[in-house]
Design a protein around this ligand. Sequence first.
Ligand SMILES: [Zn+2]
Length: 353
Amino acid sequence: MRQLTRIVALFGILHFTSLSALAMPESPKRQNVILITLDGVRYHEIFGGVQRSREIGEPKHTPILPKVERVFREHGFVFGDRNRRGGSTMKISNRISLSQPGYRSILTGDFEEQCRGNGCGVIDRETIIDRLMDEGFESRDVATFASWDVIDRCLESKTPRAVKSIAFESVQGLTGVESSPFLEIEERARADRPHWGGSRRDTYTFEMGLKYLKTYRPRFLYLSFVDTDEYAHEDNYPGYVGALRDFDQRFVQLMDTLRSLGEYGQETSIVITTDHGRGRWFIWKNHSREWIDSTRVWALVLPSPGLRERSELRRSDRRRFAHVDIRPTLETLLGLEPRAAGPGKGRSLVELN
Ligand SMILES: [Zn+2]
């Protein structure tokens, strides 16, 4: 009996030891981030479902992104759901409510003053991708797959070093052999151009990005989609909602893929946002500074399973957020110290304890 007591006591100590080991801060593991942007998607649809019910023949507030919403509400953080009790606001970090300035502030973490339209040149300030390359990340570890060609000018301020596949251009940053699995998808994308021209359909951008994810397991993957904005400018509400529903399905595929990638999936965080909002009511199809809701954006942050227990909403200014907060968030989730804050710079949306 005494023997048994001793064994039980010993087991208790061992058990206690393993528990306290769990409570100790873990040694930093390699963390990865997937950034996703959906062009010109209003917070109204993200958090309020169907808005223009007559055009789509569905009751108002029918959920459009149920899978995405469930995962982020249960396991992540939601920003910009201003109409909910306890919700927050999130604004663009430029004065124009157009795409290129939006992408620039998302990727630099700076308020965008210089760029005032979609015709701006190559970005001339440090982006998150510049920083990752300067930190010594391998070029294959940092990759962008973008439907719209303008994104190319927002990625790197220096000579391009990271991998990228933009609109109808061939993938860059890989050797001929490495890029060959992507050629067949590129050809299908060129043969299936959308009628609005200028951008690759999101379905091909996603297919390439997912293939890249499985093959190279990058540290930072940026997937940039644009179908939503194109349908919206055509006043095609069913098309806009359909593009969002397609994304909901792609998100499920992405999560399934991450689960199938073992430890890599356990250490990969996801951040989703948009470059600008759109107008309200009958002017929903457009966006510019004249329409106040064009300045309203949102973000969804899902820390990797490995970081989830340690993640919390930032401690200060917890109800008002902006585009400039995205880059520091990406840095935090990657295990990097965000660049020093300054005037107009953002702060990480989440903190790790
Ligand atoms: Zn637009």
